[in-house]
Design a protein around this ligand. Structure first.
Ligand SMILES: C[S@@+](CC[C@H](N)C(=O)[O-])C[C@H]1O[C@@H](n2cnc3c(N)ncnc32)[C@H](O)[C@@H]1O
Length: 461
């Protein structure tokens, strides 16, 4: 917190601008002036109701012993600073410390927004000594406060679901995934559960789509480790796309990731099968105010980790022309992305320069400027069908080839673009070009974006 400038003091819970400050900005203020407080359960007299906090002033507390009040507090330093902030209507940052049950991190801190001190008083605290009390109220119009849902246990929110507010379904996947996926709804009255679709764990292929034969594989045994000898590593440009940390993390986005497949000699735990291991993070579907359903994680997700595959029915795009109103179509546009077609942004690694002969034969057949195939998760899909678009997303789309090498039918994986803290909405960039969606009457269709990002372009398409 000190390093990022959120709270400037290592030990004290009230950070303030002191009386010696000569900066012009504070010329007209009475100093000291509080700028941030940390609520960490240190004071026995603190009351924390999330949006409203009663904060105990500083001093008189046996910080090194049993943390109890051992003498009266005095109206100076941080205590005076909080009073001055109230008198001068200056907002204060509130940071909460959450105890971690395990791991090396003993406490996780969350920045919970700006509050204003609206009242202060003096009273005899629980231990019989004078303490100052400050009532702070959270300023309205800030993003919803999630801290009361968050109880960190080394990068993880409790996996029990019964305590989660608004639980409407214990497991939308009915036990199909490695972990259950609860759904909660605190927005509708009465609170409904997600419906109108069948949960499927893996891709189903439409009857008129023929999957390519299995691609040749590597001769490695057990786990692939030698990038020079491994055929699949060579397809990836001579290295493995994943590092082993946390069970496999993708180092960077690529045009295509070639994973080991059915004809490879390695076993199921090879790092080059990272996207084939199933879901590892506790995801939750929840109802939003204006975007329908959304997905968040109750676990911390490290950058580069696989989150889920976009699963649905693998269909020919030409079949969909007559179908309108399906919000769950994912075009497999890997080839178009590799070639920067239709405004798609090319990625840094150019896989097309290092394709196997087998893959090149397939690529030579592709002349389409529009994707031929898509994944339709309208009627059948997995949790990814609930993930919304974000203009500053925390997931990215990665095409993965594992059993065959035909990019038109690549698997679509979502990976963490950044470290993702628990309870943050998961989003990816849907990649629509503005004005690219045309209605049956030939007119452009637009859709507002409510992702809430600072840089939101305000339209999904
Ligand atoms: C694949 S679905 C995502 C899940 C969807 N919210 C639901 O309730 O099932 C895509 C649809 O969600 C909505 N959506 C996704 N991202 C959005 C955003 N940033 N702003 C507004 N609506 C969004 C749009 O209706 C979009 O067509």
């Amino acid at each position: 917190m000190v390093a990022v400038g959120l709270h400037g003091l290592w030990l004290s819970g009230i950070d303030y601008i002191g009386e010696s400050c000569k900066m012009k900005e504070y010329r007209n203020f009475t100093l000291p002036l509080a700028v941030s407080i940390v609520l960490s359960g240190q004071y026995e007299d603190d009351v924390d109701n999330s949006e409203e906090v009663v904060y105990t002033g500083q001093g008189g507390n046996d910080l090194l012993g049993n943390k109890r009040q051992i003498k009266d507090q005095v109206m100076c330093r941080g205590n005076l600073a909080l009073k001055n902030s109230m008198d001068q209507d200056v907002s204060v940052r509130v940071i909460r410390g959450h105890k971690c049950a395990s791991g090396n991190i003993r406490k996780v801190y969350t920045y919970d927004g700006l509050y204003k001190v609206d009242h202060y008083w003096k009273e005899r605290g629980v231990a019989g000594f004078i303490v100052f009390k400050y009532r702070l109220k959270r300023i309205e119009g800030q993003p919803k406060l999630l801290t009361n849902l968050v109880s960190f246990a080394r990068q993880q929110v409790s996996r029990g679901h019964s305590e989660s507010d608004g639980l409407v379904c214990k497991d939308i996947c009915g036990g199909q995934e490695n972990l259950c996926i609860p759904a909660s709804n605190e927005n509708d009255v009465p609170p409904v559960a997600p419906s109108g679709f069948e949960y499927i764990k893996s891709i189903k292929v439409a009857h008129n789509v023929t999957m390519p034969p299995n691609a040749p594989g590597c001769n490695c045994k057990g786990k692939c480790t030698n990038a020079e000898k491994c055929y699949c590593a060579r397809l990836n440009g001579g290295d493995f796309p994943y590092v082993r940390q946390d069970g496999g993390r993708l180092v960077e986005p690529r045009d295509v990731v070639y994973e080991c497949g059915p004809r490879c000699g390695c076993g199921p735990n090879c790092v080059n099968r990272t996207s084939q291991q199933g879901m590892k993070y506790q995801l939750e579907v929840y109802r939003t105010e204006n975007k329908g359903w959304a997905v968040r994680s109750r676990d911390f997700i490290p950058s580069g980790a696989p989150v889920c595959e976009y699963v649905g029915i693998l269909r020919k795009n030409c079949e969909l022309d007559s179908v309108s109103g399906n919000d769950y179509i994912f075009d497999i546009d890997c080839w178009q992305t590799i070639n920067g077609i239709g405004g798609r942004e090319r990625r840094s690694c150019d896989a097309s320069t290092r394709l196997s002969n087998h893959a090149k034969e397939i690529y030579d057949q592709i002349s389409e400027s529009e994707p031929e195939f898509c994944i339709d998760a309208g009627a059948s899909g997995n949790v990814s069908r609930f993930i919304n678009h974000g203009c500053e997303p925390n997931l990215f789309v990665q095409c993965v080839l594992s059993s065959h090498h035909d990019v038109r039918l690549a698997r679509v994986m979502l990976f963490a673009a950044d470290d993702i803290v628990p309870m943050q909405e998961l989003t990816y960039d849907y990649g629509y070009e503005l004005d690219s969606v045309i209605g049956p009457d030939g007119k452009i269709i637009t859709m507002p974006c409510y992702c809430g990002a600072g840089d939101c372009r305000k339209r999904l398409y």
